[in-house]
Ligand binder design. Structure first.
Ligand code: UD1
Ligand code: CA
Length: 442
């Protein structure tokens, strides 16, 4: 019998703050990067620290609590606790005390508005914290301009003595460039009692989480800092501009990663690909392509220019998705072409399918609000400007005539047409002209 070592980690995510600078009706942590709310990105970064074990998170909600809670209900390992009044970061964490009452192990503390934090970095930090048997480890960064951040004050021996907020710092402390990023690891059983002892006798009248360091020091406990290599990971979102910056950073990382994996991206400037998309080797992404949500694209495909993926799209190998094609909730086989000006939604397309220009999959009934699915088997060929009205199933090699509106299923190898027959009126132009001349003579 083998015993797998269990990671014993929980997390508390602080997300009660207002986010005034977003100037928004929406709670700050629900603003999105590639269609995923900031807090969802933080929750997932924590969940992905371990592949084997499930890591539970407590999210402290306040402003817009109902909306945030509603969004988070899809994560089964997340519990929300309410902080009615925002009395400070230390007070916020204390809202989670009940949830963590009997827990022993490492508690990660992070903020709901830092969407760039990576699982790998958090994992490293937890390992560092546990290997050094620390009671508190704070993630720090070195900034040329540390203004506004809490400063890390170190003792002679290099251990961390205190964190001093900008507003409480003296002139000497203000020169310190190592700052608190707001991410911590706590040995829970060792420090959980500190929260009852936090005081708010500081310039902001708040209960500071950062005071846990000096508390630990007084109790002869071990406080360390873990200096993060890439400080951009800790970027907190306070404004729409920072939201755009974070989006840009994630996008650039993703494109670089894909190129390293053998994907050609012709014009990275005009190409956006969500972190939740995978793409196989030798696929070429042409300019002005926007790939959002979760998608899986195979090898040797050609995507774009001007393609738009809206999520939940799978494309097999050697397929082509061309210009002004919009895809959503679709599975597309290999060697299949959707080359121009089409919409494919709620559909499953086999291999060697050809979708002519301007084809639309009509999947939505705006009265019933229902979405229905269409299935096209291998070898189906749809002529230009067809409408496939879901639900419809076309068996293998069905041939749909251009301009058809397809509302019924069709059997293997048949031709289906649903357009009015063409009529011809010979000499029609001449007759019209004669009529006109007659009028003139009258
Ligand atoms: C905090 C740290 C500071 C650090 C900085 C990094 C404290 C006292 N200071 O300062 O050392 O350099 O983060 O970004 O912790 N929140 C709540 N409830 C509250 C107060 C805050 O949930 O009552 C949440 C906020 O929504 C936010 C996070 O906690 O997500 C941080 O709070 P914020 O007020 O931004 O702290 P800073 O002043 O930036
Ligand atoms: Ca902040």
């Amino acid at each position: 019998m083998s015993f797998k070592s269990k990671t014993n980690i929980r997390a508390v995510i602080l997300a009660a703050g207002k986010g005034t600078r977003m100037k928004s009706q929406k709670p700050k942590v629900l603003h999105e990067i590639f269609s995923k709310p900031l807090v969802g990105r933080v929750v997932e970064a924590i969940e992905n620290i371990s592949k084997e074990d499930e890591i539970k998170s407590v999210v402290v909600v306040g402003h817009g609590a109902d909306e945030v809670e509603k969004y988070l209900s899809k994560y089964k390992n997340v519990t929300c606790v309410l902080q009615k009044e925002q009395l400070g970061t230390g007070h916020a964490v204390s809202m989670a005390l009940d949830e963590l009452k009997n827990f022993k192990g490492t508690v990660i503390i992070a903020c709901g508005d830092t969407p760039l934090l990576k699982s790998a970095t958090l994992k490293k930090m937890c390992e560092y914290h546990e290997e050094h048997n620390a009671d508190v480890t704070v993630m720090s960064a070195v900034f040329e301009n540390p203004f506004g951040y809490g400063r890390i004050v170190r003792a002679q021996d290099g251990s961390v003595e205190a964190i001093v907020e900008q507003k409480d710092a003296n002139d000497e402390q203000k020169t310190i460039k190592e700052v608190n990023t707001g991410v911590y690891c706590l040995k829970w059983e060792s420090v959980k009692n500190s929260f009852k002892e936090l005081k708010n006798n500081n310039s902001q009248g708040e209960y500071y989480l950062t005071d846990i360091i000096s508390w630990a020091r007084q109790k002869k406990k071990k406080a360390l800092s873990f200096v993060i290599e890439d400080a951009s990971e800790t970027l907190g979102i306070n404004s729409r501009y920072q939201l755009a910056q974070a989006t840009e950073i994630l996008k650039t990382q993703k494109l670089k990663e894909l190129m390293d994996e053998g994907v050609t991206i012709i014009d990275p400037q005009s190409t956006s690909i969500s972190p939740e998309t995978t793409i196989g080797e030798d696929t070429i992404i042409y300019p002005n392509t926007y790939i959002n949500g979760e998608n899986k694209i195979g090898r040797n495909c050609k995507i774009g220019p001007f393609s738009h993926f809206r999520g939940n799209v799978e494309v097999g190998d050697c397929s082509k998705i061309g210009n002004f094609v919009e895809l959503k909730n679709a599975v597309i086989g290999s060697h299949t072409n959707v080359s121009h000006l089409s919409y494919v939604g709620d559909a499953s397309l086999g291999s060697n399918v050809n979708i002519g220009a301007g084809t639309i999959f009509a999947n939505y009934n705006s009265i019933t609000k229902e979405k229905k699915k269409s299935t096209l088997a291998n070898g189906v060929s749809v002529g230009s400007n067809a409408v496939i009205v879901a639900p419809v199933e076309l068996e293998e090699n069905v041939f749909v005539g251009a301009g058809s509106v397809i509302t019924k299923d069709a059997r293997k190898d048949s031709l289906v047409l649903s357009r009015s027959a063409q009529k011809e009126y010979p000499q029609w132009v001449e007759k019209q002209k004669n009529l006109l001349n007659k009028k003139g003579e009258e």
